[in-house]
Design a protein around this ligand. Structure first.
Ligand SMILES: Nc1ncnc2c1ncn2[C@@H]1O[C@H](COP(=O)(O)OP(=O)(O)OP(=O)(O)O)[C@@H](O)[C@H]1O
Length: 330
C-alpha cells in the first residue's frame, strides 16, 4: 500500500509587504519514495511552499504533516528546519576550503569513527564523487559541488530531500546525469524528494508527481504524463514549454473553429501527410534534433511546429500537408 509521508493541508502564507504573494490554500499529499516536482513561473510561490514544508517559514494558516506529525515553524524551535528533512539550496552551503570527504563526514558524530568513514565513502560512491574525495570544494565545478551538497544532505538518515533549483548550475550533459542519479537514489533508497524547478523537463523526466503553481495557487497536481497530455489551462500548457498556442483568429486561418480564446496542441500531435490536400503548409525552417526534426510550418501567415521522424524527409521551402488531428481549447 502507498504510504503517505507528507500532507499539506490548506497551507497559506502571505507576505505583509506585498499584495497577492506567497501561497494560498494549498492541499496535496506525497507518497513515500516519490519524486515530486513543483513547477511554476518566477514568483508563483515555489520557494515559499518549499520553505513552509521544511519549517523555515511559519504559515499564516494550514499545516504540513510529516508522518502525521505537524512540522514545526521557526518560532517553535531553536534551530529552524526538520531533522528528517534536508534542503539543498542553490548556494550549497558547503565549507569551500575543506575537502569533499570532510564536508560530508562532518554531518556524522565521532562516536564510531569506522562507521563514519564507511558511511561517508558509501555515500560518495552513490553520488559518483569518490574520485573527488581529497579535493577542496573551491576546486570543484558547480555540478560537482552540487553532488557533494546532496551527499552531505543525505548522509544523516534523511527521509525527505528538498531541492531548490537543483540543476541551475550544471550544463545539459551533467544535468541528464544528475537527474538520472537522483532518480536512481530515490528508487534505491526509498528517499522522498521534493524539487523546485523553472525547467519543466525536470518535472516531466524526473517526477512521479507534478505540481503546477500559479500566483500562489495550486493549479494541477497529477502524474507528469497526465498533466502533459491534458493540461487543465493555458498557463499549464505554456509552462510545460513545448505546446503550440494559437489565438482563435489564428486557428480559424487554419480551418479550426473554436468558441474559446486559444487552441493548443503539441508538435507530435500534428500528422504530416502527403495525400491530404486541404491544409497546405510551407516548411519555413527545419531544426535538426538528432533522431528527428522539428519543422516550423506556415499557412496563411500562421506558424505551427510539427515533428518529422524521418529526418530530412521534408526540406525548407517544401509544401506539405499537415493535419492537426487533436487539439485542446482554452
Ligand atoms: N521575504 C519576502 N517578503 C516579501 N515578499 C516575498 C518574500 N519572499 C517571496 N515574496 C513574494 O512572494 C511571491 C512568491 O515568491 P517565491 O520566492 O515563493 O516564488 P518562486 O516561485 O520561488 O520564484 P522564483 O522562481 O523567482 O524563485 C513573489 O511575489 C515574491 O515577490
Amino acid at each position: 500500500m502507498n504510504e503517505q509521508i507528507i500532507t499539506v493541508n490548506k497551507l497559506t502564507k502571505q507576505y505583509q509587504q506585498t499584495q497577492a504573494s506567497g501561497i494560498t490554500d494549498i492541499n496535496f499529499s506525497i507518497t513515500k519514495g516519490d519524486i515530486v516536482a513543483i513547477i511554476g513561473e518566477s514568483g508563483s510561490g515555489k520557494s515559499t511552499l518549499l520553505k513552509c514544508i521544511y519549517g523555515l517559514l511559519k504559515p499564516d494558516a494550514g499545516e504540513v504533516l510529516m508522518n502525521d506529525k505537524r512540522v514545526k515553524g521557526p518560532d517553535e524551535q531553536l534551530i529552524p528546519g526538520n531533522a528528517e528533512m534536508k534542503m539543498v539550496t542553490q548556494d550549497f552551503s558547503l565549507n569551500i576550503y575543506a575537502k569533499v570527504y570532510d564536508n560530508i563526514a562532518s554531518m556524522l558524530s565521532n562516536t564510531d569513527i569506522k562507521a563514519k568513514e564507511s558511511k561517508t565513502l558509501e555515500m560518495m560512491e552513490h553520488l559518483h564523487i569518490t574520485k573527488l574525495k581529497d579535493k577542496k570544494i573551491i576546486e570543484l565545478s558547480g555540478g560537482e559541488q552540487q553532488r557533494v551538497a546532496i551527499a552531505k544532505a543525505l548522509i544523516s538518515d534523511t527521509k525527505v530531500l528538498l531541492l531548490d533549483e537543483p540543476f541551475s548550475q550544471v550544463d545539459s550533459l551533467l544535468k541528464n546525469q544528475l537527474r538520472a542519479d537522483i532518480k536512481r537514489l530515490a528508487k534505491e533508497t526509498g528517499l522522498t524528494i521534493i524539487l523546485v524547478s523553472h525547467d519543466p523537463t525536470d518535472g516531466l523526466f524526473l517526477a512521479d508527481q507534478l505540481l503546477i503553481l500559479k500566483q500562489g495557487q495550486l493549479l494541477q497536481n497529477d502524474k507528469p504524463e497526465t498533466i502533459y497530455q491534458n493540461p487543465s489551462d493555458l498557463y499549464t500548457a505554456q509552462i510545460l514549454g513545448n505546446a503550440v498556442i494559437l489565438t482563435r483568429e489564428e486557428a480559424l486561418q487554419l480551418g479550426i473553429k473554436t468558441a474559446k480564446q486559444h487552441v493548443v496542441f503539441y508538435p507530435e500531435w500534428v500528422e504530416l501527410k502527403s495525400t491530404w490536400q486541404s491544409r497546405r503548409f510551407e516548411v519555413k525552417e527545419v531544426y535538426y534534433k538528432g533522431f528527428y526534426d522539428e519543422l516550423l510550418l506556415e499557412r496563411n501567415g500562421v506558424k505551427i511546429r510539427a515533428l518529422q521522424l524521418n529526418s530530412g524527409e521534408h526540406k525548407k521551402n517544401d509544401h506539405i500537408q499537415a493535419n492537426i488531428g487533436h487539439f485542446l481549447e482554452f
